[in-house]
Ligand binder design. Structure first.
Ligand SMILES: [Zn+2]
Length: 97
């Protein structure tokens, strides 16, 4: 069973979490000035990489909090998780425990 490390609760079973899709998507501030194409890109267009992907997850059956995760879309392995508003961990020296 896959375990996901919640930044607040520690490792828990995958069934306690939901994936909220791609992370770091910022809502545009001046939506009235946006073209329909730009708005459509913001609402619908997402990256779908093969490999590492920055996502947002929620510990729905636990603390209920959202957090960031770096997941490999090929192996499904989660390499790191961190709290919203924090800087992503530096994985160059190794992975999170
Ligand atoms: Zn949690």
């Amino acid at each position: 069973m896959l375990e996901i490390p919640c930044p607040w609760c520690g490792r828990r079973a995958e069934i306690e979490f939901i994936c909220g899709g791609e992370g770091s998507i910022v809502r545009p501030l001046d939506t009235d000035a946006m073209t329909d194409e730009a708005w459509g890109d913001y609402v619908f267009m997402r990256h779908n990489p093969k490999g590492l992907h920055h996502e947002q997850w929620r510990h729905a059956s636990g603390c209920g909090r959202w957090f960031n995760a770096l997941r490999d879309t090929v192996s499904y392995r989660i390499h790191a998780t961190w709290k919203i508003g924090e800087t992503a961990p530096d994985l160059s020296a190794g992975e999170q425990p």
